[in-house]
Design a protein around this ligand. Structure first.
Ligand code: AMP
Length: 230
């Protein structure tokens, strides 16, 4: 793992808050790897084996994968050389127990979380984003009917197949997902508020405007300098 000077950012926010889109921008701007536990777990399922089967069983039921499996994968990922200068953590930690075990693991490596970006969003914006989201069933790339349209309407730019609306992105389900999300993450938000790491950002802004807000914040905190974005 890298040293204390590394920039380790946690992205926290409801589904549809724009974390994935912002993660792509931050990765390019600051040359840090995007560590998404959802992606890592899907890759582990593809690899198969006993562990893959165990993970798949949890994911298929929509349950969280046991903390020790997820934390071990994240900590291992952070030991890779491309993560020495920091990481953009997306989808992790998701529970208070994960936040605590991550802190313990990082402190053993003389490393810490630099900031937690908490994407605040209003319900109508999230419903509009998620109900307009379309996903490629083959490569998993996300589009949006108006915000990020594919080149050919309804068709994946890369795979040339029909995009789909995820079942859980339907407006009637989105409201419930948001409620569940808030209940589940309340402890996590309180934890990061208490230890002074939580930074609220405006998830209702467009992706570029939100990046400006984050970059200004990072400059003020001394995480990045003025001459460049990283
Ligand atoms: P995501 O792509 O972030 O929506 O994650 C997809 C699924 O992976 C979740 O529904 C969980 O089953 C699992 N997962 C992702 N991140 C975590 C995490 N931090 N802790 C436990 N399970 C996770």
């Amino acid at each position: 793992m890298g040293n204390k000077g590394s920039l380790n950012i946690v992205l926290l926010g409801a589904p549809g808050a724009g974390k994935g889109t912002q993660a792509d921008i931050l990765v390019k701007a600051y040359h840090l790897p995007h560590v998404s536990t959802g992606d890592m777990l899907r890759a582990a399922v593809k690899e198969g084996g006993k562990l893959g089967i165990k993970i798949k069983t949890c994911m298929d039921k929509g349950e969280l994968v046991p903390d020790e499996i997820v934390t071990a994968s994240v900590v291992d990922r952070m030991k890779k050389s491309d993560a020495a200068n920091g990481v953009i953590l997306d989808g992790y930690p998701r529970t208070l127990a994960q936040a605590e075990s991550l802190d313990k693991a990082l402190s053993r490596e003389k490393r810490n979380i630099s900031a937690v970006l908490y994407f605040k969003t209003s319900e109508n914006v999230v419903v509009q984003r998620l109900s307009g989201r379309r996903v490629c069933p083959s490569c998993g790339k996300n589009y949006h009917v108006t915000n990020i349209p594919p080149k050919k309407e309804g068709i994946c730019d890369t795979c040339n197949i029909k995009l789909v609306l995820r079942d859980d992105d339907k407006p009637e389900t989105v409201k419930n997902r948001l409620k569940v999300y808030e209940e589940r993450t309340k402890d996590l938000v309180d934890y990061y508020k208490k230890n002074g790491l939580l930074r609220e950002v405006d998830g209702d802004l467009s992706a570029n405007k939100l990046f400006e807000q984050i970059n200004t914040l990072f400059k003020r905190e001394g995480f990045v300098n003025d001459c460049c974005n990283g």
